[in-house]
Ligand binder design. Structure first.
Ligand code: NAD
Ligand code: TYD
Length: 336
């Protein structure tokens, strides 16, 4: 049995990871430490909550005593750190909590893990640490870090800190850097779920700038399979890029969603651009493919359809979100 502390497991990617991994894997015992911020939702974990190999603890990764206590109580040997403030737009509205959680919180996890001789520490990071690409080229693991938003700079700080714990203390750290995810349980402030839900509600779809910013999309399950592979087989001290090679301009995604839902393109509303908006992200994932044998299993064409269907069949999930705390932010950000 592997005793694993998974942080941020009530969010979008972490909850998909836990649900997927507990179903297929008999030798993981998972302790999920999550603060349940606006982005954390225990409903995402309904299929795992009664699993005897799963515990949920509400708490902050920045709480040293709590993290230390969990290591002791559950004999934690491994950490997978998903917990983060994750939305670029929110980091522009207020950055402090991003540095509090993503940098100082990660520091607490690293310090306790070092003291407790962790067997592996996987830091879940993002391609946004590399900054923005021009029309050509891909991010490799050797691309210099050049983050542009408070969010991405906080993630880059955490990456460098984690690697420093490998170099200085020999701690068994690995880092994954993935491109933009989509799939079930994604909080409706990110592009794809926001556009699906607005279209279903016949509300405007706010496209930033000229709509030609490019993101490289990956289905969340493909990301999680890659994380699990790096967790088990990744070499310590290494970084692994994860991406499925699906580059698309935002406007094309928005039009695809409208067409899938049989809605008019008149709902599209071009709005003021995001400050410092990165133009293009695109991942070279050849390292994880050749060294660890990973490859994406889902095509964008099929998985985006499944994702849209999921939001159509789970209206009560997102209704509860958009009528609650999220609504205030939504009004502030998008009623223009
Ligand atoms: P999310 O915002 O949906 O979930 C984050 C989770 O972390 C929430 O459950 C929240 O309650 C929890 N959390 C926040 N602060 C905490 C704290 N101080 N202590 C404990 N828990 C806390 O984010 P996500 O999209 O699931 O992203 C997960 C990770 O993957 C993040 O580290 C993010 O940087 C990274 N990532 C995300 C994407 C993407 O496209 N969403 C792509 C690459 C990497
Ligand atoms: P987002 O989902 O916030 O992810 P990230 O900024 O981390 O890549 O945004 C994806 C892209 O969609 C990004 O180029 C910004 C754009 N976008 C819009 O055009 N309108 C929106 O309402 C949102 C949320 C994003």
């Amino acid at each position: 049995m592997k005793n694993i502390l998974v942080t941020g497991g009530a969010g979008f990617i972490g909850s998909n990871y836990i649900n997927h991994i507990l179903k297929d894997n008999q030798d993981y015992f998972i302790v999920n430490l999550d603060k349940l911020t606006y982005a954390g939702n225990l409903e995402n974990l309904t299929s795992s909550q009664n699993n005897p190999r799963y515990r949920f603890i509400r708490g902050d990764i920045g709480n040293y005593e709590l993290v230390d206590y969990l290591f002791e109580k559950y004999k934690i040997e491994y950490v997978i750190n998903f917990a983060a403030e994750s939305h670029v737009d929110r980091s522009i509205l207020g950055s402090a909590v991003f540095f509090q959680t993503n940098v100082l919180g990660t520091n607490v996890l690293l310090e306790v893990s070092r003291k407790r001789n962790v067997k592996k520490f996987l830091q879940v990071s993002t391609d946004e640490v590399y900054g923005s690409l021009g029309p050509e080229g891909l991010f490799t693991e050797k691309t210099p870090l050049s983050p542009n938003s408070p969010y991405s700079s906080s993630k880059a700080s955490a990456d460098m800190m984690a690697l420093s714990f490998f170099h200085t203390f020999g701690m068994p750290v690995v880092i994954t850097r993935c491109s933009n995810n989509y799939g079930p349980f994604q909080f409706p402030e990110k592009l794809i779920p926001l556009m699906i839900i607005n279209a279903l509600n016949n509300k405007n779809l706010p496209v930033y700038g000229d709509g030609m910013n490019v993101r490289d999309w990956i289905y969340v399950i493909d990301h999680n399979i890659a994380i699990d592979l790096v967790f088990n087989k990744g070499n310590i001290g290494e970084v692994y890029n994860i991406g499925a090679g699906n580059e698309l301009p935002n406007i094309q995604i928005v039009k695809l969603i409208l067409s899938a839902l049989d809605k008019s393109e008149d709902l599209i509303q071009y709005v003021k651009d995001r400050p410092g908006h990165d133009r293009r992200y695109a991942i070279d994932s050849s390292k994880i493919q050749t060294e660890l044998g990973w490859k994406p299993l889902f095509t964008f064409e099929n998985a985006i359809k499944e994702t849209i269907d999921w939001y159509l069949s789970n209206t009560s999930w997102w209704h509860r979100i958009i009528s609650g705390e999220y609504q205030k932010y939504y009004e502030m950000q998008y009623n223009r």
